[in-house]
Design a protein around this ligand. Structure first.
Ligand SMILES: CC(C)(COP(=O)(O)OP(=O)(O)OC[C@H]1O[C@@H](n2cnc3c(N)ncnc32)[C@H](O)[C@@H]1OP(=O)(O)O)[C@@H](O)C(=O)NCCC(=O)NCCS
Length: 179
């Protein structure tokens, strides 16, 4: 845990988490974009290869037509520690939401993804969705382990999807059945 964030035992917010989980607001775009861009710069996890500017981030994650919900994890001092986006996707059934999750890397903190998923799941149920899909790079061992721990199960594999570099990476799709 970072020094300035209380541990889970001092928790406030959702299910004992030190984070307050809430819907993303327009003025969260810059800090959330910073979290995403750090992950893009580190590389090897997200399929997004180019850093975004806050306006582009806002247009896609916060107000885009595909957005079903976008939840953020906020520490008691107001620092945002991650976000989780649920969106519709042309390749998925209408009652299936496509999820992506990004937790602050510097400093890192455990439990952000877990707290976000509990909230997103609740909203997905309220929206009447049947399933949640996550499509993950097969070389993203942390992402695969995270979604497995959240209860998503292997569904399908798209082999050898090329990155811009030409490197081919399989994509694993995992599903969570809500009802
Ligand atoms: C994947 C990610 C969202 C997980 O968030 P997180 O806040 O670290 O997740 P949590 O701390 O709540 O972890 C929950 C469980 O997931 C698993 N897990 C999470 N990260 C893991 C890792 N790097 N390696 C192995 N297991 C991991 C563990 O089982 C963990 O439970 P534990 O702490 O009891 O061992 C975060 O690491 C991240 O932002 N990664 C970069 C972006 C990414 O890959 N996103 C997913 C694809 S969209």
């Amino acid at each position: 845990m970072p020094e300035d964030v209380p541990g889970p035992d001092e928790g406030i917010g959702l299910s004992g988490s030190p984070y307050t989980i809430r819907a993303a607001q327009d003025d969260d775009a810059a800090p959330l974009c910073g979290i995403l861009n750090e992950i893009i710069r580190i590389g090897g996890t997200t399929a997004i290869e180019d850093e975004l500017d806050p306006d582009t981030f806002r247009q896609y994650f916060l107000s885009g037509p595909n957005r079903l919900c976008c939840m953020v994890a906020e520490a008691p001092d107001g620092t945002l520690f991650g976000f989780q986006f649920l969106g519709s996707h042309a390749d998925l059934p209408h009652d299936c939401g496509d999820i992506s999750t990004f937790a602050r890397q510097k400093p890192r903190s455990r439990g952000v993804g877990t707290a976000l998923f509990a909230a997103t799941l609740e909203i997905a149920g309220q929206l009447g969705l049947e399933t949640i899909n996550a499509t993950i790079r097969a070389d993203n061992t942390g992402g695969l382990a995270y979604y497995s721990k959240m209860g998503l199960q292997d569904d399908s594999l798209a082999p050898a999807v090329p990155l811009r570099s030409g490197k081919a990476v399989d994509r694993v799709s995992k599903r969570y059945r809500i009802r």
